[in-house]
Write a protein that binds this ligand. Structure first.
Ligand code: AQP
Length: 332
């Protein structure tokens, strides 16, 4: 049976990019593979980008991320769901992998380049991020990794690290493959400034637990096809983030109606956005209700995370021991 692993950073409220790009696949694979699907709030990764990190918020954001995933349909009784720093072996295997990874390859990673160029001083941890990510996956000998399209380059590197370790020390790790959401989604930020991303702040994101009124305030002013200057100008819904979002939230009939309406100037952008809000409410309403119930029961969430960490350690510790033996450390 395949073993699934994926992680999500507690760098802010989870957004619809996380949900459609990754979290929905976590739920689907969890239904299929039960306790062979392992999900993790990757809190050791969160401080690698100082621009998006606040120590005063880390613990609360970690809990919120668990709540959001449970509310989105992940059942911690059925899958393994835990917090990365509660399983110390992630950092240890990550260290072994740094010894096999050329710095030049890490410097070529697109996400590293994007983030590093915005920083005055770049922490080594930001460069090492994909190495720790490889350890997250391989610590469980996972072969199936549901991620958004932005992570494909990192999974390629994970495969390479597995190959290098196996070559240097003997066959130990599988070469995992990325599983992308249908349509290989890369959901744009509502500010129109590229990929929706937690680390870009709230102007970029529509949170899955965000009040619908707040979502509407952002959508109301969101940029649409720039060619549509006046209400009477026809537009191109394929060049409009509202068009992209309709494909995620609206039924096929509504998508066909607003796409045709945009192309013929039969519908204005404000009405198009109002129709989108109907789909958003229908999708996010039930998730937000479940989240409110979970927030009212913090002991349930903490107990589930403690149980998840025990289950994760039971898998990780023997694999880490095998890796130590392969590398040749003294055992007493
Ligand atoms: N916009 C997106 N479209 C599709 N998938 C996305 N993912 C993230 N953004 C999009 C996928 O969500 C999973 C969790 O990723 P993350 O925690 O790294 O998410 P983030 O929102 O992108 O967070 P950050 O803190 O802002 O990280 P950076 O700046 O590194 O992207 C992943 O599977 C991701 O692919």
């Amino acid at each position: 049976m395949p073993r699934v692993f994926s992680g999500i950073q507690p760098t802010g409220e989870p957004h619809i990019g996380n949900y459609f790009g990754a979290m929905r696949n976590y739920v689907a694979l969890g239904e299929q593979y039960g306790k062979n699907s392992i999900y993790c709030v990757v809190d050791l990764h969160a401080p690698t980008n100082p621009a998006a990190f606040d120590p005063a918020l880390l613990a609360a954001r970690t809990l919120d991320m668990a709540v959001a995933n449970f509310a989105a349909g992940l059942d911690p009784q059925k899958v393994i769901f835990f917090v990365q720093s509660h399983v110390r072996e992630h950092a240890e295997l990550g260290w072994l992998f740094t010894l096999l990874t050329p710095v030049g390859e890490l410097e070529r990673m697109t996400q590293y380049k994007d983030k590093a160029q915005k920083l005055e001083s770049t922490p080594a941890g930001l460069l090492m991020y994909p190495v720790l990510q490889a350890a997250d996956i391989l610590l469980y000998k996972a072969d199936t990794v549901p991620v958004g399209e932005d992570q494909v380059q990192h999974i390629e590197l994970t495969r390479e690290i597995a190959r290098k370790f196996n070559h240097a020390y003997g066959e130990t790790f599988p070469e995992p493959r990325a599983v992308l959401a249908e349509g290989a989604l890369r959901i744009p930020g509502v500010d129109g400034q590229g990929k929706m991303s937690k680390s870009k702040g709230e102007a970029s994101t529509l949170g899955i637990l965000e009040p619908l009124e707040s979502i509407w305030q952002k959508l109301r002013v969101a940029p649409t096809d720039p060619a549509r200057v006046r209400r009477t100008d026809p537009g191109d819904p394929d060049k409009c983030l509202v068009g992209d979002y309709h494909k995620l939230f609206s039924d096929a009939e509504t998508v066909a109606e607003v796409y045709a309406g945009c192309r013929t100037a039969g519908i204005g952008c404000v009405d198009c956005k109002k129709k989108l809000m109907v789909g958003i409410g229908a999708h996010l309403g039930p998730i937000q209700e479940r989240a409110a119930a979970l927030q009212a029961d913090p002991d349930y969430v903490r107990d589930a995370l403690a149980q998840g960490a025990r289950e994760a350690r039971a898998i990780a510790q023997p694999i880490m021991e095998e890796a130590r033996e392969r590398v040749g450390f003294l055992r007493l």
